[in-house]
Design a protein around this ligand. Structure first.
Ligand code: AMP
Length: 607
């Protein structure tokens, strides 16, 4: 990895932030941070081409915090995000970095949340607002959010906002912010409409893109596991237990804190493991590496910087426990294995949000990374049993067995039991604290998918039951994701058909239609975000002149229903209500796609 900057202090951040970063355990800036922070601290506009996992949040959050005057209890920065999940995540990150900024207040605002609460929170005053475009626009229109003191505006995941149909809202917001402020736009890709927005609203922006040099890493077997259903630590130990040619491993995590925590947890599970991070002095670092070389340690948990240049031939495995920031770091990490002509194995853990990074790595290394089937409980048990048998077989030829054989005979006689039972009792004793059988459940198999969208009627509170079942068919939001967006409405026949979600659906009517300039994607975007409903659960949509129909899963929670009642699309309240089945309008307005008002799939005007 060639991070040009080794410490956050070099970037010119103030002490409070540096202290927070040290406490959180960030060792060095990620490449996107190293490049963006100085530009943003300089007050310049910026276009950052970066995706989730690169550390982009801190790249804009830290400079943003530098400019906040806590004494002014009004919004000085606004971050727009495509989803409520991301809004919450960014707000949490800001709060975390601002731990030594007393009185600092960040407020996430998003659709689906009660207005009463939001109004109260807004009235109390927040320094930073992080919100989804629809709701931010709404508050600006109602004048419940004022941006007179705005200094910084961040557009996070701009391409996602475009994909979800929020680009007009974003532009509206950009039009309604004061002239003088810094704007930074982050996007994984740069489709034309995003470029256009950047050209129109950013002033001489610096464009920052993390190079992903293509490198080949042929000698190394590369696999990934998509994190789901099992804690990463449990998955890790299962994998390490059954890996055929395991000798030693380096496990990469992002923070110093994580190196220590994981080392402790692995040690508690019986592994010879130690942490390697920037807090160790040169002597301690060398000691850890020597121990790994000699076999006194089998696993070292390291940060990128601490593992630079490690050359230990017995490292059979590299585990990317936390995904690296970029492909360069990935290539550097996995280069720690497969040394001195030996076989190497690289295992990558990929959270659902990080799937894009996985694909970037595959492209840059010009090699597919195969999915790893997580060993089942039975696999691990079988492996343990096989190892146990091998161990016993090894001892069968050892000296001194006669003495114990004699004792076994005595026990057999005294207890009136067979040798088999005695052997079983001894095995139990020998394995005390090291059970051969694996406890717990196997997670259900899950196909890889880009899970960036919120679950059905998602809520901040994960414990609440969700509305709608996961359909097996492809998600609506996946369609056309890579189709270049021209800003024009797609021709009818180009519109992909929309598979109906499984489960019972109810048809609703909304008071916006073609005459309001509304398109299907506007409806999908607004409903998905305001109701916290994954767009794949939204059924067929019929576009009429003055109104539209939309199918939603039966059993909508009251909260979602009331949020949708108040939702606006293109500034028009949609007034969502169950559809009575008759066309709207006195004259019996007809849908464009056919003679009746029941939208049919694959007909023009429906999706
Ligand atoms: P992001 O790409 O902003 O979603 O960040 C991905 C993850 O990396 C988050 O969990 C951050 O806490 C973490 N992270 C960001 N910057 C650093 C850093 N410099 N050192 C360690 N971890 C970081």
């Amino acid at each position: 990895m060639t991070t040009p900057v080794d410490s956050f202090a070099e970037l010119g951040l103030s002490d409070g932030l540096l202290q927070a970063l040290a406490e959180i355990g960030y060792e060095t800036p990620s490449p996107i941070q190293a490049q963006c922070i100085p530009v943003l601290l300089d007050g310049r506009d910026l276009i950052g081409m970066a995706q989730t996992g690169t550390g982009k949040t801190a790249a804009f959050a830290l400079p943003l915090l530098e400019r906040i005057d806590v004494k002014v209890a009004r919004p000085q920065a606004l971050v727009l995000t495509p989803t409520r999940e991301l809004a919450i995540q960014v707000a949490e990150a800001l709060q975390k970095y601002a731990r030594h900024l007393p009185g600092f207040h960040v407020l996430p605002i998003y659709g689906g949340q009660s207005y009463t609460i939001q109004l109260k929170q807004l009235a109390r005053g927040a320094h930073v607002i992080v919100g989804t475009p629809g709701r931010v626009m709404d508050h600006l229109e109602r004048k419940t959010l004022k941006l007179d003191d705005l200094q910084t505006l961040i557009l996070d995941e701009a391409d996602e906002m475009l994909r979800m149909g929020f680009i007009d809202d974003v532009e509206w917001i950009l039009e309604h912010t004061p002239e003088q402020h810094q704007t930074a736009l982050f996007s994984a890709t740069m489709p034309e409409p995003i470029r256009r927005v950047a050209q129109k609203y950013l002033v001489e922006p610096r464009e920052i893109k993390i190079k992903s040099a293509t490198t080949t890493v042929e000698a190394i077997r590369q696999v990934y596991w998509q994190v789901s259903g099992l804690h990463k630590l449990d998955a890790l130990t299962r994998i390490l237990e059954v890996e055929e040619d395991f000798d030693a491993a380096i496990i990469f995590v992002r923070t110093k804190t994580a190196t220590v925590e994981l080392a402790d947890k692995l040690a508690a599970r019986g592994y010879a493991a130690a942490a390697l991070n920037g807090d160790l002095n040169q002597q301690m670092r060398e000691r850890v590496i020597d121990q790994l070389k000699s076999g006194a340690l089998d696993i070292v948990i390291a940060t990128d910087v601490a593992a630079r240049g490690i050359d230990v031939p017995r490292i059979s495995h590299v585990v990317n426990y936390d995904i690296p920031y970029d492909t360069e770091a990935y290539v550097h990490r996995i280069g720690r294995t497969g040394r001195a002509g030996r076989a190497g194995n690289a295992i990558l853990f990929v959270a659902p949000r990080e799937v894009r990074m996985l694909r970037t790595i595959e492209r840059a290394t010009r090699q597919p990374i195969a999915p790893l089937t997580l060993p089942s409980r039975a696999d691990v048990t079988n492996k343990r049993v096989a190892d146990f048998k091998e161990k016993v077989a090894g001892v069968l030829n050892a000296e001194g067995l006669d003495f114990f054989a004699n004792i076994v005979s005595q026990i057999a006689e005294e207890q009136n039991v067979g040798a088999e039972e005695i052997a079983a009792a001894l095995a139990l004793m020998a394995q005390e604290g090291k059970p051969l059988q694996v406890a717990g459940e196997d997670p259900p198999p899950r196909p890889l998918r880009d899970d960036r969208r919120p679950p059905a009627f998602a809520d901040r509170d994960e414990r609440r039951p969700r509305f709608g079942e996961r359909p097996e068919r492809p998600a609506f939001a996946d369609r056309g994701a890579d189709r270049p967006h021209t800003g024009e409405r797609p021709r009818r026949e180009e519109r992909p058909s929309r598979p109906a979600p499984a489960g019972e659906m109810v048809r609703y009517r909304i008071d916006v239609g073609r005459d309001h300039g509304v398109e299907v994607r506007d409806i999908v975007g607004a409903i998905a975000n305001e109701a916290g409903l994954d767009s794949r659960f939204i059924g067929r949509i019929g576009l009429y002149d003055e109104s539209s129909t939309v199918e939603l899963p039966a059993g909508m929670p009251a909260e979602a229903a009331s949020a949708l009642k108040r939702t606006r699309i293109r500034g028009v309240p949609i007034n969502l209500r169950p559809d009575n089945g008759r066309p709207a309008g006195a004259g019996g307005e007809r849908p464009r796609f056919g003679g009746d008002d029941r939208p049919r799939r694959k007909k023009p005007g429906t999706t």
